[in-house]
Design a protein around this ligand. Structure first.
Ligand SMILES: [Zn+2]
Length: 180
């Protein structure tokens, strides 16, 4: 896996409009792991693409009506089969963290990369997702030297009380072992 011009070579590229300039494009110093499934607990389908591109139809599911109008994105989605979708190039600010803080700094979107795993806080992640996540993290560490293995957090770590993803089934030790 290679990153060229802030894009992953092997990812499907689908540009989300939900992004903007980082205050400092050089300041990429945190990785945030999330999970998402649409509708909740269901996998496959194009609904995550639609959400991040503001195309989700509120009439298709009651939950879609609930989140209608939400403008969010992440840099990358890792699907259950391990395939990657990139919505925002890494030098731009994706809108994934919301109200958040890390080591005294607020607004983690400013200085972080957001990675979504297709999944839920109630289910284990797939082997392919772990393998692909480890490869992606390695590529990111090589490209953005201010990142480190110690600067990988869950959404729940930077928005405690408000967010619970990636949840108790995300195996941090397994990720760490894959990165060694
Ligand atoms: Zn999240």
């Amino acid at each position: 896996m290679q990153i060229h011009n802030h894009r992953i070579d092997c990812a499907r590229q689908l540009n989300s409009p939900n992004c903007d300039e980082r205050p400092d494009p050089e300041d990429i110093t945190l990785l945030v792991i999330h999970c998402i499934s649409l509708p909740p607990e269901q996998f496959d389908g194009d609904y995550i693409d639609q959400l991040f591109c503001n195309g989700l139809n509120p009439d298709e599911h009651p939950y879609f009506a609930e989140i209608h109008g939400l403008k969010v994105s992440a840099h990358v989605l890792i699907r259950r089969d391990g395939s990657l979708v990139q919505y925002v190039p890494f030098d731009r600010r994706a809108w994934h963290a919301g109200v958040s803080w890390h080591q005294g700094r607020e607004r983690c979107n400013d200085f972080s990369i957001g990675i979504e795993l297709e999944g839920s806080v109630n289910q284990v992640y797939s082997d392919r997702q772990y393998a692909q996540l480890a490869e992606l993290v390695r590529a990111l560490l090589a490209n953005y030297p201010a990142l480190s293995r110690e600067r990988i957090v869950g959404h729940s770590d930077i928005a405690p009380g408000r967010k619970s993803d990636p949840g108790p089934f995300f195996d941090w030790q397994r990720l760490n072992d894959l990165l060694v």
